[in-house]
Design a protein around this ligand. Structure first.
Ligand SMILES: *Cc1c(COP(=O)(O)O)cnc(C)c1O
Ligand code: SF4
Length: 350
């Protein structure tokens, strides 16, 4: 029976989920169990946090982008606080159904940039490979919430056209594994993919864009570290945290494991109203990053995706915030404030 990525990712491991392989490694069983046990019900989420669904103006009925929150992230949300900056990132709001003239379903032009199934090339020298279509958390502001993941490759064989397209273009030096979240692939599938990429002589770097070290930190297993440090490609990890309170406990430990393992780790954040739209919140986020050896990379202006307008911070305010950050932090701790413009040759600096 054909299954979409989304459906497959929601099947718990051990119940025939084809993405997972039975594994003897307790670390692997650990993260797969954490994923299977993530909260996928809005009312359950509110109950756990002692919040009344009516008081927070939340819509709990089925949406096209259902709630997914792993336990580890949930533990970092303050119970009883409807304005918690971590909660706001994952809780559906009635405001999501608001529609505005400038809203787009594909605001960054991804659907025009497909070079092969699962492969996006927008910029010189690097390509983005959609290695896995789903995520361990559903961020309400996500610009990919409308992306037709179900059309992307579902099995290693289906990557062949993408791998061949990379092999045929000697100007490509870096592959970015993205999604969705590429670290939802099992280590075995990830290893298989990395080995195929390693075989392409002009490739030098392997970058992984993942939110899993933040929301499902037990994914950072020894086997994953060994894979990233054992390949001839220079590994690099770009994580995604928006608030300093995300970077604590098991998440901080996972980031330290990556950094001490020798993997350069960068953070990208999205500027979000109510979450990190003050200079204090941004400074704390950036300092929390560099204290762990993680360098702030990009601060993204929110893409105008349908259903996320309530998170938007005006660009002038964003520029002023970043200017203030420059007066408070070491240069290396200040992220580049950028917006994604279809057809531009890079992320566009603001
Ligand atoms: C953001 C993005 C990249 C990476 O851009 P960098 O500036 O190198 O981080 C690559 N490809 C696509 C399609 C992207 O959207
Ligand atoms: S983890 Fe990234 S791709 Fe997935 S929902 Fe969140 S922002 Fe979107």
């Amino acid at each position: 029976m054909p299954q979409s990525w989304e459906t497959v990712a929601l099947i718990p491991p051990g119940e025939g989920n084809p993405l997972f392989h039975a594994d003897d490694d307790p670390q692997v069983r650990g993260w797969q169990r954490s994923l299977a046990m993530a909260i996928r019900d809005c009312r359950a989420l509110l109950e756990r946090l002692h919040l009344d669904p009516d008081s927070v103006g939340s819509v709990c009925e089925e949406s096209e982008f259902p709630v997914v929150v792993p336990e580890s992230f949930l533990r970092r949300i303050r119970p009883g606080d409807p304005a918690d900056p971590l909660l706001l990132q994952v809780l559906p709001q009635a405001k999501e159904s608001a529609r505005f003239p400038g809203d787009l379903r594909d605001p960054v032009g991804d659907l025009d940039s497909r070079a092969a199934p699962g492969l996006l090339q927008k910029y010189r020298g690097r390509v983005l490979l959609m290695a896995h279509g789903s995520c361990a958390v559903h961020c309400r502001y996500c610009f990919r919430r409308h992306y037709p993941y179900a059309e992307e490759p579902r099995s290693p064989d289906a990557w062949t056209p993408a791998v061949e397209a990379i092999a045929a273009d000697r100007e490509i030096h870096e592959v970015i594994l993205s999604g969705g979240d590429p670290l939802l692939l099992s280590d075995r599938r990830l290893t298989d993919l990395v080995q195929r990429l390693e075989g392409i002589p002009h490739l030098r770097r392997l970058r992984i864009h993942s939110r899993l070290p933040i929301v499902l930190p037990d994914r950072v297993t020894t086997a994953l570290l060994n894979l990233l440090t054992g390949t001839r490609l220079q590994g690099m990890m770009v994580v995604h945290a928006n608030h300093a309170r995300e970077l604590v406990d098991d998440c901080a430990e996972a980031l330290r494991r990556l950094v001490r393992g020798g993997i350069p780790v960068l953070n990208q954040a999205v500027l979000l109203r109510g979450v990190n739209d003050t200079v204090d919140a941004l400074a704390e986020l950036c300092e929390a990053c560099v204290n762990l050896g993680v360098l702030p990379y990009y601060l993204h202006q929110l893409d105008r995706v349908q259903g996320a307008a309530h998170f938007e911070v005006p660009m002038d305010q964003g520029r002023a915030l970043v200017e203030e950050l420059r007066g408070r932090l070491p240069g290396y701790a200040v992220p580049r404030y950028v917006v994604e413009i279809p057809q531009a040759p890079s992320k566009f600096p603001l």
